[in-house]
Design a binder for this molecule. Structure first.
Ligand code: HSE
Length: 435
């Protein structure tokens, strides 16, 4: 049976999952592929650390160059994470004519164009199924399963840590910092949890999805990014009363003229399908012009789910090698010379409904001052609740608006926050009421 040589760079959580799957499902994979995926090297930093998977000591090296330079390695799997040296090794592997599989969303969101161009010039493939949505086959679904569709909208819960935190805060009223510690213990969080809680990891993933959905160059800076660190149990309580759930959503919409691309805490109706995606699970709701609405759901992180996505790329690349069909599906889903920049809207152009929580003095005329300023900025109120005074005498006034322009909202809130009756900065959360 023909062997396709595989070399691993990095042997952490995902790497161990990949090796476990290659060992335990060897026969199954061979019967599907008609060849064997032969592990040639595992490059790791710490030889002593126990990964819970037994590997032949002769496969292990601390020198990544052994992996990227070995002629017997056909596919290099990069699981080091971070920007460098991961990028250096990937480019070296490509230069050496090797195909690359990576789970590195941060790297692709920053340097994807350079990596994809190098691979296309060299005629090798880049597999990155594991970079978005862990074990859920999101990349392949967009590039292949939905190839017939113009993608009109994407709504994703793409960060398990943030979803876990919001779920626990919503269901159990727990404080943000306590739940973050739990998520870190469970191993969902990035090495730097700022990436999870400030929306950066979700924005990396949305950046990758935008490229393959719309055939545009990688442009992380164009994605508006706001995290969940300022979400309070008080707002969660109020929004539940209005019939909403809060999710860190990664959203894109294409109106034909320009693309919206944003990640921020978002209120969605409690009966929306995405509202029932809880704990560390991920989901992507895709609107295609031909298919209609599709939702993909599953584990967005972890050793075996992410390992499953990496191995799916290995099999895919190996199938193309075996059939002489390398490049059958372009890495970004579009022919490289068809990848063209499109205008990405700034957040100020957004028109949506909003949740506001004002903290104001409790005295006559306060509500009319606030609604007067909103009215002057063409912001129409859909519903309003005034809550009881808190301990410091401020009264929370909670409002849901009709669709309003973000630029006008910012101006209005800045005026309101400067009033002498304002006790604290107004809380703003965007609403997606698409049902
Ligand atoms: N830190 C990421 C998450 C891991 O919480 O979703 C998967 O990319």
């Amino acid at each position: 049976m023909r062997k396709i040589g595989v070399g691993l760079l990095g042997f952490g959580t995902v790497g161990s999952g990949v090796v476990k799957i290659l060992l335990e499902n060897r026969q199954l994979i061979e019967s599907r592929l008609g060849a064997s995926l032969a592990l040639k090297w595992i490059a790791l930093r710490d030889l002593e650390k126990d990964r819970g998977v037994a590997v032949d000591a002769s496969l292990v090296t601390t020198d990544p160059k052994m992996v990227v330079n070995d002629p017997e390695v056909d596919i290099v799997v990069e699981l080091i994470g971070g920007y460098d040296p991961a990028k250096t090794f990937i480019l070296k592997a490509i230069e050496n004519g090797k195909h690359v599989v990576t789970a590195n969303k941060a790297l692709l969101a920053a340097h994807g164009d350079e990596i994809f161009s190098a691979a296309s010039r060299k005629g090798v493939e880049i597999g990155f199924e594991a970079s978005v949505g862990g074990g859920i086959p999101l990349i392949r679904s967009i590039k292949e399963g939905l190839v017939a569709n113009s993608i009109q909208g994407l709504y994703g819960i793409l960060n398990g840590t943030a979803n876990y935190i919001l779920t626990k805060m919503t269901d159990q009223g727990e404080a943000f910092s306590d739940v973050l510690k739990e998520a870190q213990k469970l191993g969902y969080a990035e090495a730097d949890p700022t990436f999870d809680i400030e929306g950066i990891d979700a924005a990396h993933k949305l950046t990758i999805l935008l490229s393959i959905a719309y055939g545009i160059p990688i442009d992380f800076e164009a994605v508006y990014t706001e995290g969940i660190s300022k979400v309070t149990p008080l707002d969660i309580k109020f929004m539940k009363e209005f019939g909403y759930r809060i999710k860190l959503l990664a959203i894109s919409k294409d109106d034909g003229e320009a693309i919206e691309a944003r990640v921020h805490p978002t209120l969605i109706p409690a009966d929306a399908m995405l509202a029932s995606v809880n704990e560390a699970y991920n989901a992507l709701y895709i609107q295609g012009d031909a298919v209609g609405n599709v939702m993909l759901y599953g584990p967005g992180a972890g050793m075996m789910p992410t390992g499953s996505a990496v191995v799916s790329d290995l099999v895919d690349v190996a199938r193309n090698i075996l059939r002489g069909a390398v490049g059958r599906v372009p890495s970004m889903g579009y022919q490289p010379d068809e990848v063209k920049a499109r205008r990405i809207k700034s957040i100020d152009e957004l028109e949506t409904e909003y949740y506001f929580r004002f903290s104001a003095e409790d005295k006559p005329g306060v509500l009319s001052k606030i609604s007067g300023i909103l009215g002057r900025h063409q912001i129409s109120i859909k519903s309003v609740h005034q809550k009881g005074r808190d301990l410091v005498g401020a009264v929370p006034i909670v409002m849901i608006t009709h669709e309003a322009k973000e630029a006008a909202v910012k101006e209005a809130l800045s005026e309101i926050d400067q009033l002498d009756i304002a006790k604290d900065k107004t809380v703003l959360i965007r609403i997606e009421d698409w049902g």
